[in-house]
Structures are given as structure tokens and as C-alpha cells.
Design a protein around this ligand. Structure first.
Ligand code: BGC
Length: 762
């Protein structure tokens, strides 16, 4: 090694030490501050059993789950210290009124904490999280969540039930829209970005929200994609994939976690001592608190591990769920268990400590009220601009034959067809907090304005409803297409019914008769671009066969129209990349990129050949479908093209011992060139594969990525460095290690391409 290289490695290692120190510091900043600990202990000493249990109790305001008959008694509950938190209070005046009862009329004056699902914006609605992940831009995600925090805190909310960091590999699952897709590496980076954005540099900042990583854990692996369904998986899969983004969030200092609805290997996640106590507290040292999901303590009864609510309370609590959202189980039953000794008083103290720690860290004792005058009620212009920029970056161009997009500046007539073209509520997407459809600029509105400016004709026809079977509007749609130079088809999913919670689909095609509408319109023979609004990958094979271009727009938020219009006309280029695999057909589901090879991979090991060859009968494949997806993970086109050189590594062989000691790394480079005629952004991705290891490894795993911007004709050498963290394999318990192996590395534009390089780990 040359001196320069040694120096570089030293600098790199030192910066790694500093980075981990910095993130540990962020976590310590609120979890370990001695001042806070002293206050927590002093308060704890004064609390009665009932007051302690009160802190573990959360109600949704207006939902009559509360003690006694519900709503009308909530004020008394606060007075008596029987309530620690509300969700769904969004009116700052109400929040102050309730808080005043806690601060002025309750014995110990412990402030309430108000939580809400602030998922992708508060008043200003940004693209849905799956779309935000498609930006592959952690800084952008951090900015978006900071804006959401600033808006939400202005209404008295200091806690968001976000980020959802569930890995999701089954597009039938409606909640795939709420997360960052299928990959644990990308998911971890996004998890950290959300936590940084919400929590800021200090939780004590009145504009910071406590974040909540949810749903802990493996909720996204619900069997058959049916929401709330069973999950059964190996500990390896749990640790190497599903736990990863949670671990990242904890490492970044997330204040809270939410326990999920599902079972994991037979044990409900909301009563799971292994995940909630052994892993989360024991192994990771998490010092914040865990809230149940809505009623998930009570759901231990239908799960079959409790025959009554009191048993449910005991099991949920002893496993490590500190706060009971909406089951009212702790409130009714915990005291008796503590008195009888079935729940140790020390366990109760510990749960209360965790909750008080977060309340003190948020500064709620010093500043319990919100300034009602400053509540964000209208959309700040800067936030609207940020929403547009985020949307532009999240669109994924899936197909663009003969350069249909961007539309020509001199185009004379455009047909805009489809039920999504002017559907404001669907632009907001699932969980839009205080988003208001009235603030949305739809694609139709944006194109109308543009047509006046640019002087082209716009022929609009709705064609059909989102979930309709009537073809009454088809003729009008076909006529609009016939009159136009180019056709934009705005199709997709009903965001509130088909995406988000309890929105699993058994079919993942275009809903209703939209495919038939597409075929009818395409028959006009005009260049046609499909603008797709969906909260999940759809099976687009038949649609893709009939249109020249497809742009996946997800649920883009309030600025749907302006963002799309700018991208469609080329003022901005689509630069999103898929964070979830798009199948060719439903039968391939679940489908994701980091699969094992199997003992019988189709010939060529590459899973890219259709099953046409008779010799491939006894291979791991379908007889009636290809193995490969329609659009792979990481994929996305833009208005220019990029070329990748072969991947290069700086060594043929690296010592496993040195890697494990953190003293060696592998440096990998490739040259990326903009071969088109306009500037463009590329998401350069790094994948690794390991062979010859003690257990079978995925053919490819994402281990790095970088966004690069290149002028036409220009190239850039993109460099990655990987070491122990990227190469380690889970051994057992808390142990990870690098093993001797043949390491294959690809620097590539997506999970299905690239020219690899090989390094022996010895
Ligand atoms: C959802 C959570 C959400 C909670 C509170 C539940 O139904 O699963 O994601 O945070 O409700 O609204």
C-alpha cells in the first residue's frame, strides 16, 4: 500500500469513528442527560401506583374508549392523573385546554404528550413515503420531515407515529406505500433521515417531534400480503432484513417505537419479549418507550394468547410494551397485578421512567402549551415549493420508447384522459394528516394553465371512474385521443380505499376497467404516455405493451400537477428509481431483488431467461412466466442515458482477519458517463454477493448508492468503500462477522445489470 493510500484509509477510519460517535451522541443527548435522569427519578418517587399507570395510558380524543363512559369523562381522567397521552388532537386550542387540566388540576402536573400520524407532511402534503424513498435522497427526506415537524408542532403535536420502517416485499400489502420499500440498506438510510428530520438537533427544540419507528416488527411480511396477517420467519431473516431499519432508527436516537399487530413465529409482536426486551433494550440499549399499536394489547385475545383483557395487559406489559394505545387494558388491570406481585413494581417504574424521559427531553414540563396564534393553517409558500421539488424527484420513468417524453415544446394539442387527472383527494395519498384536497393542484389544473400559456389545445376526458365497470365514457375518451398529437393517460389507484392500512389487494392490475380504457385510447394510435398514480407496484405487463411511455407518479402530494407538468415538458427530468420490484404478474409475488440463488437456478444462473428451453424443466422457475420482474429494484430511466464501465476493485484479495478487525476495506470504482444530449441525474448503486460462506447468501445485496449529476458527454469515476459493516454475516445472538468468501461486486444502475468484479476474502 502506498503512503497516500494508508493515509486515506486512516482518515476514512477516523471519520467512521467520528460518525458513529456523533450518532451515539445524538442518542445520548436526550436518553442519557444526567439532568433529565435526576428529574425523572425525583418525580417517580412522588407518584402513586395509579399515577404511574396513568402515564402508560393513551386515548384517541373523541374515541370513547376512555374510562367510564368515554369522552365526557376524559377531563376528569386527566385531573386524576389517569392519562398520559392523547392521539388525534389537532386543534391547538383543544390541546392547550387539555394540557391546562394536566398542568393546573392534576396532583403532579405531568404534561400530556400529543401524538399524531404525521407521515408525509402535516398541512403541506408531500409525496407518500414510498415515493420519497424513490428519490434515493436522504437529505431530501430529512428536509421533508423537518418541515412536517415544524408544521405539526405549531398545533401542539410533539410526537409523530412515523417513520414506518417496515420492509415490504409484497405489493398486495396496502401499507407498502408507507415505507421505503423492500431493501434493508436503503430502508436504514431512510429511517435515519426521518428521525433526524423529525427530532432535529434537539428534542428540546419546541419545533421538534419525537419520532416513532413502527411497526416493530416484521409487520410488512404479512402472509399473502393481507394486512394484520401472520408472520413466520427465521431469526436470520428477522435480524438481517426486518430488524435492520429499526436498529438504524434506534442508533440515530429515535425516541419511541410502536409494537406491531402481527405475530412473529407464533408470538404476537405486542407481547414479544424477544424483540421488545431482549433485542431492543438488551442488545441495542434503547432507552425511549414503546407504544402499542391501536388496540394491539387487546388483540392478544383474538390472537389466542390471552382469554381476557387482564391477561392481555399483563402479557403485553411484561413483554415490553410501555404505553397502551386505545385498549384501556393497562388502566383497568395493571394495578391489581402490581398489588398481587405478578407485575414487579420495578417493571412498572421502568416503563414510567421511559415515558417521563421522553416528556422531559421534549421540554414539555417547561413549555407544555403551544402558541395558538402561530399554528400553521395555510400552506407556507416555501413548503409548497419543497413539496413540488420532492414530487419531481420521486417520479420514476419506467418506459420511454422513441422519446415520447419529454413532450415537445411546440406541441399543438394534448389529450388528457383518465380518472386520476383531476382527482385531488387521490393526490394526497394515505395518511395525509391535515392535508386538504382543496390545496391540491391536479394534473388537469396544471395543464390547463400551461395550455393557455403555451397556446396548445387540451382535450380532457375522464373516460371512467377509478373502480368503475361502465364504459359510458370510453367514446368521449377515444375522440379526445383522436384529436390530439399526444395522449397522457392518468390512471391508477383509489388512494384512500386501496392504499395504506387495511387496503390489501388480491389483484394488482389497474383497478376497475382502466386497462380497457387504456386499450381503447391506445387504439387511436397516438403517442401515449401513462402517468400512473399508485401506492404500490402494479402488474403493468399488459399496459406496458400498449403505451409508449410510463411514468410512476405515486401519490405525489399537493403539488402533483405542477411537478408532473414540469417533468412531462422537460423542465425537470424524472430522476426517481424504484425501491421496490415491479412484477410481471401477480403470480411472481412476493418478489424482490436480494434473493438466494436456490440449488436449481435456471441455466446461466442469472434468472433472466424466459423458460423456453426444454432442458430447464427441473429448474426453479415458472412454466408460464419468467423469473425476472418487469422493472427491477433500482430501475428508472431519465431524459438522458448513462454508460457504466466495468466495476474495478483495488485488490484481488483481502484478509478476513483485517476486515473483522476493522483495519481493511475494499475500494471499488466505476466510470459513469452521460451518453445522451442533456444533463441528467443518475443513482449509481453498489451491490455485493458472497459465495463459499457458511450459509447461503443473496445473489446481490445493495450496500451503497450515490446520486451523480452529469452534463452531456461528461463522465465521473464513482467510488465506494466497503468493510466490516457491509460484508458481515449474522452468526448468532449479537455476533456478526466477515467470513472467507468469494466477493462479487457490481456498480450498476439497478439490481439486474452491471459488469462485476471479484475479490477473494481469505
Ligand atoms: C396504525 C398505526 C397508527 C395508529 C394510530 C393504527 O391503526 O396501524 O400505524 O400509527 O393506528 O393512528
Amino acid at each position: 500500500m502506498t503512503k497516500i493510500r494508508i493515509a486515506l484509509v486512516v482518515v476514512l477510519l477516523w471519520s467512521m469513528v467520528l460518525t458513529s460517535f456523533a450518532s451515539a451522541q445524538t442518542q445520548r443527548a436526550w436518553t442519557n442527560a444526567p439532568g433529565i435522569e435526576r428529574k425523572v427519578e425525583a418525580l417517580l418517587k412522588q407518584m402513586t401506583l395509579e399515577e404511574k399507570i396513568g402515564q402508560l395510558n393513551q386515548y384517541s380524543y373523541g374515541t370513547p374508549t376512555g374510562p367510564g363512559t368515554g369522552r365526557s369523562k376524559v377531563e376528569e381522567s386527566i385531573q386524576r392523573g389517569e392519562l398520559g397521552s392523547f392521539l388525534n388532537v389537532v386543534d391547538p386550542a383543544l390541546s392547550n385546554r387539555l394540557q391546562r387540566i394536566a398542568m393546573e388540576q392534576s396532583r403532579l402536573k405531568i404534561p400530556l404528550i400529543f401524538g399524531l400520524d404525521v407521515i408525509h407532511g402535516y398541512r403541506t402534503t408531500f409525496p407518500v413515503p414510498l415515493a420519497l424513498s424513490a428519490t434515493w435522497d436522504a437529505n431530501l427526506v430529512e428536509r421533508v420531515s423537518r418541515i412536517a415537524a415544524e408544521e405539526a408542532t405549531s398545533s401542539g403535536i410533539r410526537w409523530t407515529f412515523s417513520p414506518m420502517v417496515d420492509i415490504a416485499r409484497d405489493p398486495r400489502w396496502g401499507r407498502i406505500v408507507e415505507g421505503a420499500g423492500e431493501d434493508p440498506y436503503l430502508g436504514s438510510i431512510m429511517a435515519r433521515a426521518y428521525v433526524r428530520g423529525y427530532q432535529g438537533t434537539s428534542l428540546n427544540d419546541p419545533r421538534s417531534l419525537a419520532a416513532c419507528a413502527k411497526h416493530y416488527v416484521a409487520y410488512g411480511a404479512a402472509e399473502a400480503g393481507r394486512d394484520y396477517n401472520t408472520v413466520d420467519m427465521s431469526e436470520r431473516q428477522l435480524r438481517e432484513v426486518y430488524l435492520q431499519p429499526f436498529h438504524a432508527a434506534v442508533d440515530e436516537g429515535v425516541a419511541t417505537l410502536m409494537a406491531s399487530f402481527n405475530t412473529i413465529n407464533g408470538m404476537p409482536a405486542s407481547a414479544n419479549a424477544f424483540t421488545l426486551t431482549q433485542v431492543l433494550r438488551g442488545e441495542w440499549g434503547f432507552r425511549g418507550f414503546v407504544v402499542s399499536d391501536w388496540g394491539s394489547v387487546g388483540e392478544l385475545i383474538p390472537h389466542g394468547i390471552a382469554n381476557d383483557l387482564s391477561t392481555a395487559a399483563r402479557k403485553g406489559f411484561l413483554a415490553g410494551v410501555d404505553m397502551d394505545m386505545e385498549s384501556n387494558a393497562y388502566f383497568q388491570h395493571l394495578a391489581a397485578f402490581v398489588k398481587s406481585g405478578q407485575v414487579p413494581p420495578s417493571a412498572l417504574d421502568e416503563a414510567v421512567r421511559r415515558i417521563l424521559r421522553v416528556k422531559f427531553a421534549l421540554g414539555l414540563f417547561d413549555r407544555p402549551y403551544v402558541d395558538e396564534k402561530n399554528a400553521v393553517t395555510t400552506l407556507p409558500a416555501a413548503n409548497v415549493a419543497a413539496a413540488r421539488a420532492a414530487a419531481e424527484k420521486s417520479f420514476v420513468l419506467l418506459k420511454n420508447d422513441s422519446g415520447v417524453l419529454p413532450l415537445q415544446k411546440g406541441v399543438r394539442s394534448v389529450a388528457l384522459i383518465g380518472p386520476m387527472a383531476d382527482s385531488a383527494p387521490d393526490m394526497l395519498g394515505a395518511w395525509s394528516a391535515r392535508g386538504d384536497a382543496k390545496d391540491v393542484v391536479t394534473l388537469k389544473a396544471a395543464l390547463e394553465a400551461r395550455s393557455k400559456r403555451d397556446g396548445f389545445q387540451l382535450h380532457y376526458a375522464k373516460g371512467t371512474e377509478i373502480r368503475s365497470t361502465s364504459d359510458a365514457g370510453f367514446a368521449e375518451a377515444a375522440a379526445a385521443a383522436a384529436q390530439a398529437d399526444v395522449v397522457l393517460l392518468a390512471l391508477g389507484e383509489d388512494a384512500s380505499w386501496m392504499t395504506g392500512e387495511a387496503a390489501s389487494r388480491a389483484f394488482i392490475d389497474l383497478p376497475g376497467n382502466q386497462q380497457q380504457l387504456l386499450e381503447r385510447v391506445a387504439a387511436a394510435g397516438k403517442p401515449t404516455a401513462l402517468v400512473l398514480f399508485s401506492g404500490r407496484p402494479l402488474a403493468l405487463t399488459s399496459a406496458a405493451a400498449r403505451v409508449q411511455a410510463i411514468i410512476e407518479a405515486w401519490s405525489p402530494g399537493v403539488q402533483a400537477g405542477p411537478a408532473l407538468e414540469r417533468v412531462l415538458f422537460g423542465e425537470a427530468a424524472p430522476s426517481g428509481r424504484l425501491t421496490v420490484t415491479f412484477p410481471r404478474s401477480l403470480g411472481q409475488v412476493p418478489i424482490y431483488h436480494s434473493v438466494l440463488n436456490t440449488g436449481r437456478p435456471p441455466v446461466g444462473l442469472d434468472l433472466t431467461r424466459p423458460p423456453t428451453n426444454g432442458n430447464e424443466k427441473f429448474k426453479s422457475r415458472y412454466v408460464d412466466e419468467q423469473n425476472v420482474p418487469l422493472y427491477p429494484f433500482g430501475f428508472g430511466l431519465t431524459y438522458t442515458t448513462f454508460d457504466y464501465s466495468a466495476t474495478q476493485v483495488d485488490a484481488q484479495q483481502v484478509s478476513v482477519d483485517q476486515l473483522n478487525a476493522g483495519r481493511a476495506q475494499v475500494r471499488i470504482t466505476a466510470e459513469v458517463k452521460n451518453t445522451g444530449t442533456r444533463a441528467g441525474e443518475e443513482v449509481v448503486q453498489l451491490y455485493i454477493g458472497l459465495r463459499g460462506t457458511s450459509v447461503a447468501r443473496p445473489i446481490r445485496q445493495l450496500k451503497g448508492f450515490r446520486r451523480v449529476t452529469l452534463e452531456p458527454g461528461k463522465s465521473q469515476r464513482v467510488e465506494f468503500t466497503i468493510g466490516r459493516d457491509e460484508l458481515s454475516i449474522w452468526q448468532r445472538d449479537t455476533k456478526y462477522a466477515v467470513e472467507p468468501a468469494e466477493l462479487t461486486i457490481w456498480i450498476a444502475p439497478n439490481a439486474q445489470s452491471g459488469t462485476p468484479a471479484t475479490v477473494m476474502l481469505k
